[in-house]
Design a protein around this ligand. Structure first.
Ligand SMILES: [Zn+2]
Length: 225
């Protein structure tokens, strides 16, 4: 448990398993940061590519993900990225359980968490996740806080990696020297770095949060569970 030695932890979370993850992981590794990658195992391959502001967003092949994500965590993002709140219980279970099975098969490890596609969830969806055995599920609701949370199946990230308040939050987190455990949890999509020209910004952000001796750097699983 990181809390035995540290009061503060930083973890990151990136969704969709797309090709910009390659450049992102190189940056994360350069600064010794750890992240969790939430993937849709039914969308791997070029047939499911899409466009945002003229940028082609390509899904990665499994064989590329296996080497790329080494040292990080792979988690569930459902098989096909549906709006889970509009599905039946059977359909929700299928989206989650098959993604778990596919990840086990490809990565030889059992995923323990997920991120909600589009951030959508309700009590029925949460019940399905609970019965699937997953132990945490991340929403997209920034709470701008770094305090510990008890409801890990409705986990609220500190903020998006390009949140207007991020500098203020990070400064407070880094300066904190109290006794209560704190988690800085950032999330995003690596394609946003291409679409919104954030690569320099992200490098500065990663440099700022990295290398602090009083901070534990871990994947979502290592930090939340
Ligand atoms: Zn997504």
């Amino acid at each position: 448990m990181w809390q035995d030695k540290y009061t503060k932890a930083i973890t990151l979370s990136y969704d969709d398993g797309i090709k910009q993850d390659i450049r992102l992981v190189h940056l994360l590794n350069k600064y010794h940061l750890k992240a969790t990658f939430n993937i849709n195992t039914g969308l791997s391959g070029s047939a499911f590519d899409f466009y945002i502001k003229g940028h082609r967003i390509e899904h990665m092949a499994f064989e590329d993900m296996i080497t790329l994500y080494q040292g990080h965590e792979v988690a569930v993002h459902t098989v096909t990225h549906p709006h889970l709140t509009s599905l039946s219980v059977t359909e929700i279970e299928k989206e989650i359980i098959e993604d778990i099975k596919n990840i086990e098969q490809v990565f030889k490890q059992t995923p323990v968490g997920m991120a909600y596609p589009y951030g959508h969830y309700n009590d029925q969806v949460v019940d399905c996740i609970k019965s699937s055995g997953l132990r945490y599920a991340r929403t997209v609701e920034s709470n701008h806080k770094t305090t510990m949370q008890t409801d890990l199946l409705r986990f609220k990230p500190t903020c998006h990696h390009h949140d207007p308040k991020i500098d203020e939050i990070i400064d407070q987190f880094l300066a904190y020297d109290g006794d209560e455990p704190q988690i800085l949890y950032l999330w995003g999509h690596s394609y946003e770095a291409d679409v919104d020209q954030l690569w320099d910004y992200l490098e500065q952000l990663f440099r700022k949060i990295s290398g602090h001796k009083d901070v534990f750097y871990g994947t979502n699983r290592e930090v939340l569970l």
